[in-house]
Design a protein around this ligand. Structure first.
Ligand SMILES: [Zn+2]
Ligand SMILES: [Zn+2]
Length: 262
């Protein structure tokens, strides 16, 4: 039985983001923005829980109920460049079209992707029924619920001492997780273990590592909860920038960037 999942309460996310903020000055701005977003999401989600949108209305609901607060949080706590660009797009862009594009898996410019994901991601997570679609690609390298790409992999904590918990992938779109084999590339499915290098910096990041693939040149981060039981995968993944840079210098590209664009 798995005792910890990646969908811990937001209390755990707040606690972890505050802890990491102390421990990793390099990620302070990003974690500050993440904490501001957690506060910004809550009132809009409360309103949506009272009057849940229909399946086709996710973009309209996210733009109406969450996006204004997301913009405010970004201006208050985010990097200045991001805040200015977000403000510009908020006034210029077809915001519902932009969120619909993100929901459909379109490649979007960085700021558009940030706005769409920050507004619609929490809606899909809070109301999983809205995320359920007929995925365009149905394989185990895409979310079985919405067809999204994996943001990260994690190992949970097994309740039984001799049994290790399965590897899971966490969806970048709706935050559902699914079981995925341990020694298989999460991007291309290669099982050639000689070409699946792992990079870690266990002194700085006890529970984090890079799982890369020399076949497709992609990578993702793995959060190893047995090595760092206090970790909250979706928050810890945000502080791994030095590991991201290490992987990029070696010519690997992340399967999909995280909310903050890394
Ligand atoms: Zn999903
Ligand atoms: Zn691969």
């Amino acid at each position: 039985m798995e005792l910890l999942t990646a969908t811990e309460s937001w209390t755990a996310r707040r606690r972890r983001a505050s802890e990491l903020l102390e421990a990793y000055p390099h990620a302070a701005e990003m974690l500050g923005l993440y904490l501001a977003l957690l506060d910004a999401w809550e009132p809009g989600l409360e309103r949506l829980r009272e009057r849940p949108p229909a399946a086709g209305e996710v973009a309209a609901a996210a733009v109406r109920e969450l996006l204004p607060a997301v913009l405010e949080a970004t201006l208050a706590a985010g990097p200045k460049v991001l805040g200015e660009a977000a403000l510009r797009r908020f006034h210029e862009a077809d915001l519902e079209g932009l969120v619909d594009g993100w929901l459909a898996g379109e490649e979007l410019p960085t700021v558009d992707r940030y706005l769409a994901r920050a507004a619609a991601g929490p809606v899909l997570e809070a109301m999983p029924a809205l995320a359920r679609t007929q995925p365009a690609v149905a394989d185990d390298r895409h979310c079985p619920s919405c067809g999204g790409l994996p943001q990260l992999a994690y190992f949970g904590i097994s309740g039984e001492s001799l049994v290790s918990a399965p590897r899971r992938l966490l969806c970048s779109r709706c935050n559902q997780s699914w079981i995925y084999p341990r020694l298989v590339c999460a991007a291309c499915g290669s099982e050639d273990t000689g070409r699946l290098p792992i990079y870690s910096d266990s002194e700085r990041f006890a529970g984090l590592r890079v799982d890369a693939c020399e076949v497709c040149r992609r990578y993702l981060l793995t959060v190893d909860l047995p090595k760092d039981p206090a970790a909250v995968p979706v928050v810890d993944e945000l502080v791994a920038i030095p590991l991201d840079l290490f992987a990029r210098e070696r010519g690997f590209q992340k399967i999909t960037p995280n909310l903050m664009g890394f």
